[in-house]
Design a protein around this ligand. Structure first.
Ligand code: UT7
Length: 348
Protein backbone atom coordinates (compact mmCIF):
# COMPACT_ATOMS: atom_id res chain seq x y z
CA UNK A 1 0.00 0.00 0.00
CA UNK A 2 1.43 3.41 -0.88
CA UNK A 3 2.35 5.98 1.75
CA UNK A 4 -0.29 8.27 0.26
CA UNK A 5 -3.12 5.82 0.89
CA UNK A 6 -2.10 4.93 4.47
CA UNK A 7 -1.72 8.57 5.58
CA UNK A 8 -4.94 9.91 4.14
CA UNK A 9 -5.83 13.49 4.94
CA UNK A 10 -9.18 14.48 6.50
CA UNK A 11 -10.99 16.64 3.95
CA UNK A 12 -10.29 20.32 4.60
CA UNK A 13 -7.89 19.53 7.45
CA UNK A 14 -4.16 19.29 7.90
CA UNK A 15 -4.69 16.36 10.29
CA UNK A 16 -3.99 12.84 9.03
CA UNK A 17 -7.16 10.73 8.96
CA UNK A 18 -7.34 8.18 11.80
CA UNK A 19 -6.38 4.64 10.92
CA UNK A 20 -7.31 1.39 12.65
CA UNK A 21 -4.06 1.73 14.65
CA UNK A 22 -4.71 5.27 15.84
CA UNK A 23 -8.39 4.77 16.77
CA UNK A 24 -8.94 4.76 20.52
CA UNK A 25 -10.80 2.00 22.36
CA UNK A 26 -14.16 3.21 23.65
CA UNK A 27 -14.92 2.35 27.26
CA UNK A 28 -18.20 2.20 29.18
CA UNK A 29 -17.77 4.51 32.15
CA UNK A 30 -21.20 4.76 33.74
CA UNK A 31 -24.88 3.97 33.34
CA UNK A 32 -28.07 5.54 34.68
CA UNK A 33 -31.84 5.18 34.42
CA UNK A 34 -34.98 7.23 34.98
CA UNK A 35 -38.26 5.41 35.43
CA UNK A 36 -41.45 7.45 35.98
CA UNK A 37 -43.28 6.82 39.25
CA UNK A 38 -46.75 6.37 37.78
CA UNK A 39 -47.56 2.68 37.21
CA UNK A 40 -50.20 1.58 34.70
CA UNK A 41 -51.12 -2.08 35.24
CA UNK A 42 -52.87 -4.46 32.87
CA UNK A 43 -55.85 -4.30 35.23
CA UNK A 44 -55.93 -0.50 34.78
CA UNK A 45 -55.93 -1.03 30.99
CA UNK A 46 -58.89 -3.41 31.28
CA UNK A 47 -60.90 -0.34 32.34
CA UNK A 48 -59.77 1.68 29.30
CA UNK A 49 -59.95 -0.76 26.36
CA UNK A 50 -61.40 -4.18 25.57
CA UNK A 51 -58.43 -6.24 26.78
CA UNK A 52 -57.47 -8.53 29.64
CA UNK A 53 -54.52 -9.01 31.92
CA UNK A 54 -54.40 -12.62 30.70
CA UNK A 55 -54.16 -11.62 26.98
CA UNK A 56 -51.46 -9.04 27.59
CA UNK A 57 -49.36 -11.32 29.81
CA UNK A 58 -49.56 -14.37 27.56
CA UNK A 59 -49.03 -12.49 24.26
CA UNK A 60 -46.39 -10.01 25.44
CA UNK A 61 -45.12 -10.86 28.94
CA UNK A 62 -45.99 -7.31 30.07
CA UNK A 63 -47.59 -6.87 33.52
CA UNK A 64 -47.27 -3.12 33.92
CA UNK A 65 -45.63 -0.06 32.41
CA UNK A 66 -44.67 3.44 33.62
CA UNK A 67 -46.18 6.73 32.44
CA UNK A 68 -44.39 10.07 32.53
CA UNK A 69 -45.77 12.69 34.95
CA UNK A 70 -48.04 15.30 33.44
CA UNK A 71 -46.34 18.59 32.71
CA UNK A 72 -42.93 16.97 32.14
CA UNK A 73 -41.20 16.06 28.88
CA UNK A 74 -38.75 13.45 27.68
CA UNK A 75 -35.86 15.78 28.57
CA UNK A 76 -36.70 15.54 32.31
CA UNK A 77 -36.31 11.76 32.22
CA UNK A 78 -33.20 12.06 30.04
CA UNK A 79 -31.61 14.54 32.46
CA UNK A 80 -32.38 12.36 35.49
CA UNK A 81 -30.84 9.28 33.85
CA UNK A 82 -27.82 11.36 32.80
CA UNK A 83 -27.16 12.62 36.34
CA UNK A 84 -27.04 9.01 37.50
CA UNK A 85 -24.77 7.96 34.64
CA UNK A 86 -22.35 10.84 35.31
CA UNK A 87 -22.28 9.98 39.01
CA UNK A 88 -21.72 6.31 38.20
CA UNK A 89 -18.87 7.30 35.86
CA UNK A 90 -17.36 9.74 38.36
CA UNK A 91 -17.34 12.39 35.63
CA UNK A 92 -18.49 15.99 36.01
CA UNK A 93 -20.73 17.70 33.41
CA UNK A 94 -17.77 19.96 32.46
CA UNK A 95 -15.93 16.91 31.14
CA UNK A 96 -18.63 16.01 28.58
CA UNK A 97 -18.16 17.26 25.03
CA UNK A 98 -20.88 15.34 23.20
CA UNK A 99 -24.53 14.84 24.20
CA UNK A 100 -26.42 12.52 21.88
CA UNK A 101 -30.05 11.58 22.57
CA UNK A 102 -31.84 8.78 20.76
CA UNK A 103 -35.52 9.70 20.85
CA UNK A 104 -38.66 9.87 18.72
CA UNK A 105 -40.57 11.79 21.38
CA UNK A 106 -38.52 14.96 21.85
CA UNK A 107 -39.99 17.65 24.12
CA UNK A 108 -40.59 19.69 20.95
CA UNK A 109 -39.55 19.69 17.28
CA UNK A 110 -36.62 21.88 18.23
CA UNK A 111 -34.54 22.68 20.19
CA UNK A 112 -33.29 19.13 20.47
CA UNK A 113 -33.78 17.17 23.67
CA UNK A 114 -29.97 16.96 23.83
CA UNK A 115 -29.72 20.77 24.05
CA UNK A 116 -32.30 20.83 26.85
CA UNK A 117 -30.33 18.16 28.75
CA UNK A 118 -27.09 20.05 28.16
CA UNK A 119 -28.55 23.22 29.67
CA UNK A 120 -30.20 21.37 32.57
CA UNK A 121 -26.97 19.61 33.53
CA UNK A 122 -24.64 22.55 32.98
CA UNK A 123 -22.63 20.81 30.27
CA UNK A 124 -20.31 23.40 28.65
CA UNK A 125 -21.31 25.24 25.48
CA UNK A 126 -18.25 23.75 23.76
CA UNK A 127 -20.14 20.42 23.68
CA UNK A 128 -22.00 19.29 20.59
CA UNK A 129 -25.59 18.34 21.50
CA UNK A 130 -28.09 16.79 19.10
CA UNK A 131 -30.82 14.14 18.77
CA UNK A 132 -30.94 11.06 16.63
CA UNK A 133 -34.19 9.36 15.52
CA UNK A 134 -34.01 5.59 15.26
CA UNK A 135 -37.14 4.62 17.22
CA UNK A 136 -36.54 1.58 19.47
CA UNK A 137 -32.95 1.30 18.16
CA UNK A 138 -32.31 4.92 19.16
CA UNK A 139 -29.91 4.17 22.00
CA UNK A 140 -27.88 1.53 20.19
CA UNK A 141 -27.58 3.73 17.08
CA UNK A 142 -26.61 6.70 19.28
CA UNK A 143 -24.03 4.64 21.16
CA UNK A 144 -22.48 3.43 17.90
CA UNK A 145 -22.48 6.98 16.47
CA UNK A 146 -21.04 8.62 19.61
CA UNK A 147 -18.36 5.93 19.83
CA UNK A 148 -16.97 7.08 16.46
CA UNK A 149 -16.32 10.57 17.88
CA UNK A 150 -14.55 9.11 20.91
CA UNK A 151 -12.59 6.59 18.86
CA UNK A 152 -11.22 9.25 16.50
CA UNK A 153 -10.45 11.65 19.34
CA UNK A 154 -12.91 14.24 17.99
CA UNK A 155 -14.59 14.07 21.43
CA UNK A 156 -13.26 12.83 24.73
CA UNK A 157 -16.25 11.89 26.87
CA UNK A 158 -19.75 11.48 25.46
CA UNK A 159 -23.12 11.29 27.18
CA UNK A 160 -25.37 8.93 25.22
CA UNK A 161 -29.05 8.78 26.11
CA UNK A 162 -32.04 6.68 25.05
CA UNK A 163 -35.26 8.37 26.14
CA UNK A 164 -38.86 8.11 25.02
CA UNK A 165 -42.40 8.74 26.16
CA UNK A 166 -44.46 6.67 23.73
CA UNK A 167 -47.46 7.15 26.03
CA UNK A 168 -47.73 10.42 24.11
CA UNK A 169 -47.91 8.64 20.73
CA UNK A 170 -50.33 5.79 21.43
CA UNK A 171 -54.02 5.86 20.72
CA UNK A 172 -55.52 4.99 24.10
CA UNK A 173 -58.56 3.60 22.25
CA UNK A 174 -56.47 1.14 20.20
CA UNK A 175 -55.98 -2.05 22.22
CA UNK A 176 -53.53 -3.47 19.66
CA UNK A 177 -50.89 -0.85 20.54
CA UNK A 178 -51.74 0.96 23.78
CA UNK A 179 -51.00 -2.06 25.96
CA UNK A 180 -47.45 -2.42 24.65
CA UNK A 181 -45.58 0.78 25.45
CA UNK A 182 -44.25 2.66 28.46
CA UNK A 183 -42.05 5.68 29.21
CA UNK A 184 -38.48 5.90 30.51
CA UNK A 185 -34.89 6.91 29.91
CA UNK A 186 -31.41 5.48 30.24
CA UNK A 187 -28.00 7.06 29.84
CA UNK A 188 -24.43 5.93 29.37
CA UNK A 189 -21.12 7.81 29.61
CA UNK A 190 -18.38 6.65 27.25
CA UNK A 191 -14.78 7.71 26.95
CA UNK A 192 -11.36 6.53 25.80
CA UNK A 193 -10.21 3.29 27.45
CA UNK A 194 -7.13 1.08 27.59
CA UNK A 195 -9.09 -2.11 27.00
CA UNK A 196 -12.60 -3.58 26.85
CA UNK A 197 -15.57 -1.34 26.10
CA UNK A 198 -17.28 -1.53 22.73
CA UNK A 199 -15.85 -4.54 20.91
CA UNK A 200 -18.12 -4.68 17.87
CA UNK A 201 -21.19 -3.06 16.33
CA UNK A 202 -23.44 -4.16 13.49
CA UNK A 203 -26.33 -1.93 12.46
CA UNK A 204 -28.94 -2.26 9.72
CA UNK A 205 -31.84 -0.32 8.23
CA UNK A 206 -34.66 -1.15 5.80
CA UNK A 207 -36.75 1.87 4.84
CA UNK A 208 -38.73 -0.23 2.36
CA UNK A 209 -40.51 -1.75 5.38
CA UNK A 210 -41.25 1.61 7.00
CA UNK A 211 -45.04 1.15 6.69
CA UNK A 212 -44.99 -1.70 9.23
CA UNK A 213 -44.50 0.63 12.18
CA UNK A 214 -44.97 4.37 12.00
CA UNK A 215 -46.52 7.56 13.27
CA UNK A 216 -47.61 9.14 9.97
CA UNK A 217 -48.95 12.47 11.26
CA UNK A 218 -47.41 15.42 13.03
CA UNK A 219 -44.47 15.86 10.68
CA UNK A 220 -44.07 17.85 7.46
CA UNK A 221 -46.04 15.41 5.29
CA UNK A 222 -49.20 15.22 7.41
CA UNK A 223 -48.96 18.23 9.73
CA UNK A 224 -51.08 18.63 12.83
CA UNK A 225 -54.20 19.90 11.06
CA UNK A 226 -57.57 19.34 12.68
CA UNK A 227 -58.43 16.78 9.96
CA UNK A 228 -55.23 14.77 10.52
CA UNK A 229 -55.71 14.79 14.27
CA UNK A 230 -59.37 13.75 13.93
CA UNK A 231 -58.31 10.82 11.73
CA UNK A 232 -55.70 9.83 14.38
CA UNK A 233 -52.76 10.14 12.00
CA UNK A 234 -50.55 11.29 14.88
CA UNK A 235 -50.76 7.93 16.68
CA UNK A 236 -48.66 4.75 16.33
CA UNK A 237 -49.77 2.39 13.54
CA UNK A 238 -48.26 -1.09 13.61
CA UNK A 239 -48.51 -4.40 11.79
CA UNK A 240 -47.52 -6.38 14.89
CA UNK A 241 -47.21 -9.81 13.28
CA UNK A 242 -44.85 -8.65 10.53
CA UNK A 243 -42.81 -6.50 12.94
CA UNK A 244 -42.48 -9.53 15.21
CA UNK A 245 -41.05 -11.71 12.43
CA UNK A 246 -38.71 -9.02 11.14
CA UNK A 247 -37.49 -8.22 14.65
CA UNK A 248 -36.52 -11.82 15.42
CA UNK A 249 -34.86 -12.39 12.03
CA UNK A 250 -32.79 -9.21 12.03
CA UNK A 251 -31.77 -9.24 15.70
CA UNK A 252 -30.54 -12.83 15.39
CA UNK A 253 -28.67 -12.01 12.19
CA UNK A 254 -27.09 -8.81 13.56
CA UNK A 255 -26.13 -10.58 16.80
CA UNK A 256 -24.34 -13.35 14.91
CA UNK A 257 -22.44 -10.79 12.81
CA UNK A 258 -21.49 -8.74 15.90
CA UNK A 259 -20.15 -11.88 17.58
CA UNK A 260 -18.17 -12.76 14.48
CA UNK A 261 -16.80 -9.21 14.32
CA UNK A 262 -15.62 -9.28 17.94
CA UNK A 263 -14.28 -12.84 17.64
CA UNK A 264 -16.61 -14.36 20.22
CA UNK A 265 -19.25 -17.07 20.38
CA UNK A 266 -22.60 -16.91 22.16
CA UNK A 267 -21.08 -19.02 24.99
CA UNK A 268 -18.73 -16.09 25.78
CA UNK A 269 -21.68 -13.75 26.39
CA UNK A 270 -22.68 -13.43 30.04
CA UNK A 271 -25.95 -11.60 29.36
CA UNK A 272 -28.01 -10.95 26.26
CA UNK A 273 -29.47 -7.46 26.74
CA UNK A 274 -32.15 -7.07 24.08
CA UNK A 275 -34.70 -4.38 23.32
CA UNK A 276 -37.73 -5.28 25.43
CA UNK A 277 -40.80 -5.34 23.20
CA UNK A 278 -42.30 -8.75 23.79
CA UNK A 279 -41.20 -11.73 25.91
CA UNK A 280 -42.01 -14.04 22.99
CA UNK A 281 -39.59 -12.08 20.78
CA UNK A 282 -36.87 -12.39 23.45
CA UNK A 283 -37.41 -16.15 23.69
CA UNK A 284 -37.32 -16.54 19.89
CA UNK A 285 -34.10 -14.50 19.65
CA UNK A 286 -32.48 -16.55 22.43
CA UNK A 287 -33.49 -19.75 20.62
CA UNK A 288 -32.15 -18.43 17.30
CA UNK A 289 -28.81 -17.70 18.97
CA UNK A 290 -28.69 -20.94 20.95
CA UNK A 291 -28.58 -19.03 24.22
CA UNK A 292 -30.24 -20.39 27.39
CA UNK A 293 -33.17 -18.17 28.37
CA UNK A 294 -31.78 -17.61 31.87
CA UNK A 295 -28.91 -15.62 30.33
CA UNK A 296 -31.34 -13.15 28.72
CA UNK A 297 -32.02 -10.03 30.78
CA UNK A 298 -35.76 -9.35 30.98
CA UNK A 299 -37.64 -6.34 32.36
CA UNK A 300 -40.44 -6.10 29.78
CA UNK A 301 -42.81 -7.40 32.47
CA UNK A 302 -42.26 -4.23 34.54
CA UNK A 303 -41.88 -1.54 31.87
CA UNK A 304 -43.34 -2.72 28.56
CA UNK A 305 -41.64 -1.35 25.46
CA UNK A 306 -39.82 1.90 26.36
CA UNK A 307 -38.59 2.44 22.79
CA UNK A 308 -35.12 4.06 22.74
CA UNK A 309 -34.81 3.71 26.52
CA UNK A 310 -35.44 -0.01 26.50
CA UNK A 311 -31.99 -1.50 25.79
CA UNK A 312 -30.01 0.95 27.91
CA UNK A 313 -32.34 0.61 30.91
CA UNK A 314 -32.11 -3.20 30.64
CA UNK A 315 -28.31 -2.92 30.44
CA UNK A 316 -28.08 -0.62 33.48
CA UNK A 317 -30.41 -2.88 35.48
CA UNK A 318 -28.40 -5.98 34.52
CA UNK A 319 -25.26 -4.28 35.87
CA UNK A 320 -27.06 -3.14 39.02
CA UNK A 321 -28.40 -6.67 39.60
CA UNK A 322 -24.82 -7.98 39.52
CA UNK A 323 -25.50 -9.93 36.30
CA UNK A 324 -22.69 -8.06 34.51
CA UNK A 325 -19.43 -7.39 36.33
CA UNK A 326 -16.11 -5.95 35.21
CA UNK A 327 -14.73 -8.01 32.36
CA UNK A 328 -18.10 -9.66 31.53
CA UNK A 329 -19.39 -9.51 27.97
CA UNK A 330 -22.88 -8.29 27.13
CA UNK A 331 -24.60 -8.47 23.76
CA UNK A 332 -26.85 -5.43 23.27
CA UNK A 333 -29.65 -5.82 20.73
CA UNK A 334 -32.27 -3.46 19.36
CA UNK A 335 -34.99 -3.34 16.74
CA UNK A 336 -37.49 -0.63 15.85
CA UNK A 337 -39.54 1.38 13.40
CA UNK A 338 -37.69 2.39 10.28
CA UNK A 339 -37.07 -0.49 10.24
CA UNK A 340 -33.76 -0.26 12.09
CA UNK A 341 -31.75 -2.75 14.12
CA UNK A 342 -28.40 -3.14 15.77
CA UNK A 343 -26.18 -5.43 17.83
CA UNK A 344 -23.12 -4.58 19.92
CA UNK A 345 -20.72 -6.70 21.93
CA UNK A 346 -19.53 -4.73 24.96
CA UNK A 347 -17.11 -5.56 27.75
CA UNK A 348 -17.84 -3.93 31.07
O1 UT7 B 1 -40.26 -2.22 19.41
C1 UT7 B 1 -40.43 -2.81 18.16
C2 UT7 B 1 -41.79 -2.69 17.78
N1 UT7 B 1 -42.79 -3.55 18.25
C3 UT7 B 1 -42.71 -4.89 18.37
O2 UT7 B 1 -41.69 -5.50 18.35
C4 UT7 B 1 -44.02 -5.60 18.49
C5 UT7 B 1 -44.02 -6.86 17.66
N2 UT7 B 1 -45.31 -7.56 17.67
C6 UT7 B 1 -45.85 -8.13 18.76
O3 UT7 B 1 -45.30 -8.05 19.84
C7 UT7 B 1 -47.13 -8.91 18.60
O4 UT7 B 1 -47.42 -9.07 17.24
C8 UT7 B 1 -48.36 -8.23 19.31
C9 UT7 B 1 -48.21 -8.35 20.82
C10 UT7 B 1 -48.46 -6.78 18.91
C11 UT7 B 1 -49.64 -8.93 18.93
O5 UT7 B 1 -49.56 -10.31 19.24
P1 UT7 B 1 -50.08 -11.39 18.19
O6 UT7 B 1 -49.94 -12.72 18.82
O7 UT7 B 1 -49.31 -11.13 16.92
O8 UT7 B 1 -51.61 -11.05 18.08
P2 UT7 B 1 -52.44 -10.60 16.80
O9 UT7 B 1 -52.05 -9.21 16.39
O10 UT7 B 1 -52.35 -11.69 15.77
O11 UT7 B 1 -53.89 -10.57 17.39
C12 UT7 B 1 -54.55 -11.75 17.83
C13 UT7 B 1 -55.92 -11.38 18.31
C14 UT7 B 1 -56.71 -10.49 17.37
O12 UT7 B 1 -58.07 -10.88 17.43
P3 UT7 B 1 -58.70 -11.80 16.26
O13 UT7 B 1 -58.52 -11.02 15.00
O14 UT7 B 1 -57.91 -13.08 16.28
O15 UT7 B 1 -60.11 -11.95 16.69
C15 UT7 B 1 -56.58 -9.12 17.96
O16 UT7 B 1 -57.66 -8.28 17.66
O17 UT7 B 1 -55.81 -10.65 19.54
C16 UT7 B 1 -56.57 -9.43 19.43
N3 UT7 B 1 -55.94 -8.42 20.24
C17 UT7 B 1 -56.20 -8.21 21.54
N4 UT7 B 1 -57.04 -8.83 22.38
C18 UT7 B 1 -57.06 -8.41 23.64
C19 UT7 B 1 -54.98 -7.52 19.84
N5 UT7 B 1 -54.63 -6.75 20.89
C20 UT7 B 1 -55.37 -7.17 21.94
C21 UT7 B 1 -55.45 -6.76 23.27
N6 UT7 B 1 -56.29 -7.40 24.09
N7 UT7 B 1 -54.69 -5.77 23.78
Amino acid sequence: MSQESTVRKVAGSAQPAPTRDTLKKVGIMGLGTAIPEKVLTNKDLEKIVDTSDEWIRTRTGIKERRIMAEGTGTSSLAAEASRQALKDAGISPEEIDLVLVGTVTPDMAFPSTACLVQAELGIPTTAMAFDLAAACSGFVFALHAAAQFVATGACRNALVIGADALSQLVDWEDRTTCVLFGDGAGACVIGPAESGGILSAVMGSDGSASDLLKVPGGGSLFPKTKENIDSKEHFIKMNGTEVFKMAVRNMVDAAKKALEQSGHTIEDIKRLVPHQANLRILKAVAKGLGMPEERVFVNVDRYGNMSAASTVVAWAEAVRAGDLKKGDLALLLAFGGGMVWGAMVVEM
